[in-house]
Design a protein around this ligand. Structure first.
Ligand code: PEP
Length: 249
């Protein structure tokens, strides 16, 4: 089964209303790439304004709480994201796993809450540098999947993003062979854990220092269905060529 390419921009804690022009430019320039699904995940404050500025575009959150409501100061629930028109959310990004101490169980609960709210989910996994250097990257990532994959899900609404922590924002990228080996291992694990149909239907994105120069090679690696892009998603000039590279495959 052919999986559509998926290129998602994670704006992290960047952007104010002044950046909406850039988002409009990105969606305008990529809407004709029929074979590629494109989404942007800006800070919470820009989700509503971005949807208003680019009607019909896929806009999502970078995190959500696992509860639907409650006494969780500063948090945003999945139904709240759906309520303002978000269609997706990233969960388990390493900057939250590491910076906020999120466990696999917590990431799983967030993913399940998001799916229940009707959102699509991008579930991030990835190893630290020391684990890669010691040869344990695949075991580490498969254990993250074992602990954070929702119990039940529609494969078309759940994507995995493999993001080696040492590649995020550093300009370092794994070799294409290492990316293909990891993605192949992830797909095999998804088959064991969720069934062959789920593994076949789920998209596995690569993330970590993707840019216009390396996108074609990374996106063409085995079992890579798209990219989660941080720094290079902030401007149309850097992001649109990545989408174009996906469309050209
Ligand atoms: C990310 O944080 O999801 C990411 C991939 O960042 P960058 O592209 O900047 O490495």
């Amino acid at each position: 089964m052919a999986r559509r390419k998926y290129v998602v921009g994670n704006w992290k804690m960047n952007g104010t209303k002044a950046a909406l022009d850039e988002a409009q430019a990105i969606f305008a320039a990529t809407k004709d790439h029929d074979a590629v699904d494109v989404a942007l995940c800006p800070p919470f404050t820009l989700i509503g304004p971005m949807i208003a500025a680019a009607p019909g575009a896929a806009v999502g959150g970078q995190d959500c709480h696992s509860a639907a409501s409650g006494a969780f100061t500063g948090s945003v629930a999945a139904p709240m994201l759906a309520d303002i028109g978000a269609s997706l959310v990233i969960v388990g990004h390493s900057e939250r796993r590491e910076g906020c101490g999120e466990s696999d169980a917590e990431v799983k609960a967030k993913a399940e809450a998001a799916l229940t709210a009707g959102l699509s989910v991008i579930l991030c996994v990835g190893e630290p540098r020391g684990v890669r250097e010691s040869g344990g990257a695949i075991d580490y990532v498969l254990a993250q999947i074992a602990g954070s994959l929702p119990a039940e899900f529609d494969p078309s609404r759940l994507a995995i993003a493999y993001e080696p922590i040492w590649a995020i924002g550093t300009g370092l990228v794994p070799t294409v062979d290492d990316v293909a080996a990891m993605h192949g291992a992830i797909r095999e694990k998804l088959g064991q854990q969720a069934g062959a149909g789920a593994a076949e239907g789920m998209r596995i994105l690569y993330g970590g220092s993707v840019n216009a120069e390396n996108a074609a090679e990374l996106l063409d690696a085995g079992d890579v269905d798209g990219a989660l892009v941080g720094g290079a998603s902030l401007t149309a000039a850097k992001f649109v060529p990545i989408v174009a590279a996906a469309a050209a495959l």
